[in-house]
Ligand binder design. Structure first.
Ligand code: GAL
Length: 669
């Protein structure tokens, strides 16, 4: 188990470094990410490299048994570069330049930036290729954190190349973008621009393609750095820190994961009623993006951050618990931003492993305790997240497309709906995998696809086959509406899934802010309603609208589908008896989804492994290896929780009872 932080010795005088490594050893730190924002220090001008301080830091860390995940230091270009080449600076959709003074002020598609950055990468790789501390490469930092959408002329050129590769001909692009609308027809590639601020809504397919392109442009940059590192140090694994968290949606990480040797993620906790659920959701998704392989928690915080509107300190127990939730979902490393809390700069109020108060502090003691706990649970290292019987599908295309402008409502939030379902799984005490839409559905008895808005015909076929194979599919409002070009599937909604669901919708019924409808099962719906006609023969109405425009009509439907090859031993989920396709037409939120999901789980034959009184209070996450299985039991509450009937060989902590905000690990096989 790796344990450590970003380490920025260049912020401190040399004499501080010795106390740093002494305290790192005390805390059990065994890895640091070094030189992430050190470009200006390493290369004071275009011609000069200053390695002495970095040699010294590498040697010191190595002498103290601390491995180095060495950054390529390209995240924040130095002032000499942006002064001599202002054309590397990103441009926003209004044409305004994003000036230097903060960080990450570079265009992902700038050839000039790339040439300088790759020179640095090459020199750094040559310098440290044989250094014994070098354990991994850390490409840039959070690619796209501040510069994912660049509307510059460089971006325009690269966007055109990307579009040529996608559509081949200008006619193909005109067709895909629906440019017959509003006189947008292009007659030459050179006329095409990024969706810069326009008089009204830019073309929606142009917007969607620009999102795809922007993710690809950063991925392409990642690959460019990686290729240099691979050529010089073929045996050193390469990573970059993803940001699977909250509303960070610009980078399609499911598509990036195969480009790195191991997946790393940064996650920052957002306080609130679903804060811990969101943490678990993000960790779960990261593990599945990593295809189940162990992954690296590259950054999170020991306590407060500095960038939320109000930055809360973590309460006792939360530092350890929050870290171990990531481990429960497959992380084999727990690292923080950053080692020593800065005394100057924009992040001086951001917590660290070693706070302003020094080692005599509650934070440092909790850090050292976590270091101990990670040693204790070492036997879990290398195991994967166990496959659950239920899954939530997560899809960047649907996220991007469903939240475009000029839609029935601008209040829809794709990730929030997915998170609400995850909260409902937690409340029912049933583990669910959060998987990219491309994942195999084999073996899942229940699959929830919230707001699966963009459905190419191949995906519709896959989902139909899943249901025909005995799987239970659940989807929601605004699903199955458009194809990969953001064109409507005609004939009534939800076009691509209409036959599978056995329903037809002629018009959407979005709700005004503050309005709600009541269903006959007692749940309240907000945001959205649909005027549903039931068209399929085998469709049951699970709940009806009691109030609102659609009172007396179906709100939640479920079509039963006889399984193909029913009764055969062909590995079909759900015992091979019959599959189903359920549609939920309004936003129920966690309170409404929890009882509904309980019914759907029962119908799919899935029971909670947890005692009833602990469900919702305790999260269960399971890791397995060849001959090993471990249960992580995470107390999500501020009170002790009993877990009658849960057994296993204790590896960490105790479950009699499970103390408030604590995590216990049992070896169950
Ligand atoms: C991350 C970033 C770190 C630090 C941290 C603060 O986005 O990679 O450098 O800024 O946030 O929470």
């Amino acid at each position: 188990m790796a344990f450590g932080a970003d380490y920025n010795p260049d912020q401190w005088p040399r004499e501080v470094w010795d106390s740093d490594v002494a305290a790192m050893r005390e805390a059990g730190v065994n890895i640091v990410s070094l030189a992430i924002f050190s470009w200006a220090r390493i290369q004071p001008n275009a011609e000069t490299f200053d390695w002495a301080w970095l040699d010294d830091a590498m040697d010191l860390l190595h002498a103290n048994g601390i491995a180095v995940d060495l950054a390529t230091a390209t995240a924040s270009p130095p002032p000499w570069l942006t002064t001599s080449h202002p054309e590397v600076l990103p441009v926003d959709s209004t044409g305004a330049t994003l000036w230097p003074g903060a960080r990450q002020h570079w265009r992902p598609t700038s050839p000039v930036f790339r040439s300088y950055a790759l020179t640095l990468v090459r020199e750094l790789a040559k310098r440290y290729a044989n250094h014994p501390a070098l354990t991994a490469w850390h490409i840039s930092n959070e690619l796209g954190c501040h510069n994912v959408y660049d509307y510059s002329d460089d971006a325009a050129h690269a966007f055109r190349d990307w579009l040529k590769a996608r559509y081949r001909t200008i006619d193909g692009l005109n067709e895909a973008w629906g440019t017959a609308f509003w006189s947008q027809r292009y007659s030459a590639w050179g006329q095409i621009l990024p969706p810069r601020q326009a008089a009204s809504y830019p073309n929606p397919t142009q917007q969607l393609d620009f999102k795809r392109f922007s993710s690809d442009a950063l991925k392409d940059y990642l690959v460019a750095e990686r290729e240099i590192l691979r050529a010089i140090t073929p045996d050193v694994p390469i990573t970059t820190n993803f940001m699977v968290m909250g509303e960070t949606k610009g980078m399609n990480y499911a598509d990036w994961a195969s480009e790195v040797d191991f997946v790393s993620n940064d996650h920052y906790y957002t306080p609130g009623p679903q804060g811990l659920d969101e943490l678990s959701f993000s960790a779960n998704l990261t593990g599945h993006i990593a295809s189940g392989r162990p992954w690296f928690l590259m950054e999170h915080s020991t306590s407060a951050v500095n960038w939320q509107p109000i930055n809360l300190a973590k309460r006792p127990g939360e530092l350890g618990r929050d870290s171990l939730v990531h481990v429960a979902h497959g992380a084999d490393a727990v690292c923080f931003f950053q080692w020593r809390q800065s005394k100057a700069g924009a992040e001086k109020y951001h917590s660290a492993m070693l706070p302003h108060a020094g080692t005599d502090s509650a934070v440092f003691r909790a850090v050292a305790q976590l270091g101990q706990d990670l040693k204790t649970i070492q036997p879990i290292a290398g195991t994967d997240q166990a496959r659950s019987r239920a899954a939530i599908l997560f899809d960047w295309d649907s996220w991007w497309a469903s939240e475009l402008d000029s839609h029935p409502t601008d209040r829809l939030r794709y990730r929030q709906e997915a998170l609400d379902w995850y909260t409902a799984f937690l409340a029912n005490g049933v583990p669910a995998d959060v998987v990219p839409v491309s994942a195999s559905l084999d073996g899942y008895d229940l699959v929830v696809a919230p707001i699966l808005h963009l459905v190419p015909s191949s995906l519709a076929t896959r989902l139909s086959e899943y249901v025909a194979g005995g799987g239970h599919l659940v989807t929601t409002y605004f699903s199955g509406i458009v194809n990969e070009d953001d064109h409507i599937w005609l004939g009534g909604y939800p076009g691509a899934l209409r036959d599978l669901l056995g329903i037809r919708i002629e018009e959407f019924g979005p709700l005004l802010e503050g309005d709600s409808v009541t269903l006959d099962n007692g749940a309240d719906g907000t945001l959205w309603t649909d005027r549903i006609d039931v068209t399929g023969a085998d469709v049951d109405v699970l709940a009806w609208y009691k109030t609102g425009e659609h009172a007396g009509r179906a709100a939640i439907t479920r079509r039963t589908v006889a399984a193909v090859g029913s009764g055969s031993d062909d590995g079909a989920p759900g015992g091979g008896a019959e599959g189903s396709a359920t549609y939920v037409s309004t936003r129920l939120g966690p309170d409404g989804l929890t009882p509904l999901l309980a019914d759907l789980l029962r119908a799919a034959g899935i029971a909670s492994p947890l005692p009833e009184e602990a469900r919702g209070q305790v999260e269960l996450a399971i890791r397995t290896g060849d001959d090993r299985e471990f249960w992580f039991l995470i107390n999500r509450t501020d009170v002790p929780v009993e877990l009658p009937g849960v057994t296993g060989e204790p590896l960490l902590g105790s479950i009699t009872p499970l103390p408030p905000r604590a995590v216990a690990v049992l070896r169950t096989r």
